[in-house]
Unconditional design. Structure first.
Lengths: 300, 365
């Protein structure tokens, strides 16, 4: 399947292991990724807070570039925040033809135009795995079932709310896909309070206490529920849950120390890729224990 | 034809020695009846001591908000068959709202949290100058912007669901901030800047919202409190350039400037610029900013040590190949006299060809 691919900023910035692991996993799933290397930041909610017309124009630009990729089935992103921020713009662009024309007029200089069409989509890798590739197809490709690994899903707000905007009417189980996937890959999904809550990242510069209390609490809940690691489709969640974890530990006054995997890393492990090539050594919280469990599986 | 349903109700009586617990009750109801109808049937037929608040039973008064299957909702506005389906074969759980102390069973102390926060934002008009002899005359157009926040029925569902309140009890919260916008956006009010400055400087004000969409998801009246909070931020930064000590202004400015300059996010510059009201120089020289920067150093060092952040990445960031185009877009839109906002609350009535169009993020298959 050929896809217009928007990796986002953070996957090439502070979580390079995310973009790297996605590139390794893609060919194993027969995905041909055409990277949108001229596209701009989605705005991550911040540009929307600043000026809606600006963020709608910037994302219409990205959509237009994606629509221009010949033979692509659709557009894929690997960041919950990109998904949410872009879906918000798409909702406005699709709602009113006059507004859309005005936004497109600004793109004319570049010869770009966003076209509203029922067939075109922009999906996070998580949605794509379940809806476009299909769980059964994916199951056929698993060479190393992650048996015995207890994985706590962390979805990221931007792909679970608001359900009206995020296509839940057509796909009502989108808030369960990570659980389904974990189970299908042979691992055990961990139920805990924080799976669909906020990692606190949007507040890290403005209210560090509120931000890291959120991250710390969810990590603690996952640990108490017996998780070996968490998995998330959002690199911003990863920053607060992994990179900030030692700091978060102080805000909840307890030891933490639970690794957080990116979605393509978890899939990659089950497809037979090694932790090192998936960039797991680049995490702040060491992934040794999970790696050991996975290595034992390979030996068995 | 009535169907059988099971309600699992959270019970708590402060006057008994029993701790809070769950109790299951069977009900017989037509599938289109509400969860509130179910609770009232249990109260009527099985246990008159169940405490629940309700009045209109029609989604107007906002009295009966509870958590159904964990989600904050009006019980009268939730079909019992839908709730049963959501529960997926288990009983329908019904518990009091979150983030507020429970008084008894399904009743929470709205005064202690919700109403106190509403008072915090001075929820009445503060006009300038002498009152006119007759009524204030306002353009209908000028009120469109506040109609959404006026739709609030004070049910507290958003307060119950708020994920920032869950960890910060002092957060002014979604309902009160939506109410604040109702007056900030009102052309008759004379304290617009003062209201905004107050809520921007408060460490638990508009910059304590974690942007999680929980309030938008649960609001039975589509008030979208988080969107109102973003409107407050937009007015505070865009119209009044309020440079708050919470870095709200700095963060927005820094982010926008970085994307205008490079097209994608240069993460290493986001923090210092945010701490310096958007300026990289101020962010590294002003005492307040430097203190915050030092606090973030351990995290940055951990990033460097793990190899995810390299010195090269910190110092240099590539421009997009077509960055001139991105800059042109910024310039064109920033040069407009007014910010264009598509009001999704009212759009559809005038959108001739696409009434009720919902962007389907996933599209149709």
């Amino acid at each position: 399947m050929k896809l217009a691919y928007w990796p986002g900023c953070v996957s090439r910035g502070f979580t390079p292991e995310l973009h790297g692991s996605m590139e390794l996993v893609a060919p194993r799933l027969d995905l041909e990724l055409i990277e949108l290397d001229r596209a701009n930041c989605c705005g991550a909610g911040v540009i929307a807070e600043h000026n809606q017309e600006l963020v709608d124009t910037l994302n219409a630009r990205t959509f237009a570039m994606a629509q221009g990729v010949e033979g692509a089935a659709g557009m894929m992103n690997i960041c919950s925040t990109c998904q949410g921020a872009q879906s918000e713009c798409q909702e406005r662009l699709d709602a009113d033809s006059g507004y859309r024309a005005q936004i497109n007029a600004t793109l004319e200089d570049e010869g770009l135009e966003y076209e509203r069409g029922a067939g075109w989509w922009n999906k996070n890798f998580l949605w794509l795995l379940v809806e476009e590739i299909g769980i059964d197809k994916l199951a056929e490709k698993v060479v190393r079932p992650l048996e015995g690994v207890r994985i706590a899903p962390f979805y990221g707000c931007y792909i679970v709310r608001p359900t009206k905007r995020l296509g839940y009417e057509q796909h009502p189980n989108r808030d369960k896909y990570l659980d389904v996937l974990i189970e299908m890959l042979g691992a055990e999904p961990v139920e805990y309070a924080g799976s669909h809550k906020c990692c606190g990242f949007p507040l890290i510069t403005m209210n560090r206490t509120t931000s890291l209390r959120q991250a710390g609490r969810h990590l603690a809940d996952a640990i108490d529920a017996g998780a070996d690691c968490l998995v998330t489709p959002c690199p911003l969640c990863h920053l607060n849950l992994d990179m900030q974890q030692p700091a978060a530990s102080k805000y909840v006054e307890r030891d933490l120390g639970v690794p957080v995997l990116h979605l393509p890393q978890m899939v990659g492990l089950a497809l037979g890729l090694e932790p090192e090539e998936l960039g797991m050594h680049k995490h702040v919280v060491k992934t040794r224990d999970v790696e050991r469990k996975v290595a034992a599986l390979a030996a068995a | 034809m009535p169907d059988s349903y099971t309600l699992n109700i959270r019970r708590y009586d402060p006057e008994s020695t029993e701790s809070a617990h769950w109790q299951e009750f069977g009900v017989e109801l037509d599938p289109e009846r509400s969860v509130l109808d179910g609770i009232l049937q249990v109260k009527d037929r099985e246990d008159g001591s169940i405490a629940v608040r309700c009045s209109c039973r029609a989604g107007i008064c906002g009295s009966c908000a509870v958590r159904i299957n964990g989600q904050s909702r009006l019980a009268c506005n939730t079909r019992i068959s839908d709730a049963a389906r959501k529960a997926g074969g288990k009983s329908i759980s019904v518990e009091p709202m979150g983030n507020m102390p429970v008084l008894k069973d399904l009743i929470v102390d709205m005064d202690a949290v919700h109403w106190k926060k509403i008072q915090r934002v001075v929820p009445w008009l503060l006009p300038d100058g002498e009152a006119p002899e007759r009524e204030y005359i306002v353009d209908a157009e000028a009120m469109i912007d506040v109609t959404q926040s006026m739709a609030c029925i004070q049910c507290g569902a958003c307060v119950s669901a708020c994920l920032a309140l869950e960890v910060d009890r002092d957060f002014v919260g979604p309902a009160a901030l939506a109410k604040a916008y109702r007056f900030v956006g009102d052309p008759r009010d004379g304290q617009t800047e003062e209201r905004l400055r107050d809520l921007a400087e408060d460490p638990h004000g508009i910059y304590d919202c974690t942007h999680c969409f929980a309030c938008i998801e649960v609001c039975p009246k589509d008030v979208a409190p988080m969107d109102q909070i973003m409107r407050l931020r937009r007015r505070a930064t865009g119209d009044f350039a309020i440079k708050d000590k919470n870095n709200g202004y700095g963060h927005e400015q820094a982010f926008v400037d970085i994307i205008e300059k490079w097209g994608t996010l240069h993460e290493a510059q986001l923090l210092p610029r945010s701490f310096g009201d958007g300026s990289l120089v101020r962010g590294q020289t002003e005492p307040g900013a430097v203190k915050q920067l030092v606090e973030s150093l351990p995290t940055a060092l951990r990033g460097l040590k793990s190899g995810k952040v390299s010195a090269k990445k910190v110092l240099a960031h590539p421009k997009l190949p077509d960055q001139d185009q991105v800059r042109r877009i910024f310039k064109e839109i920033h040069s407009k006299d007014e910010r264009l906002e598509l009001n999704m609350y009212i759009v559809g009535e005038n959108a001739e060809d696409e009434q009720g169009a919902q962007a389907e993020a996933g599209g149709e298959r």
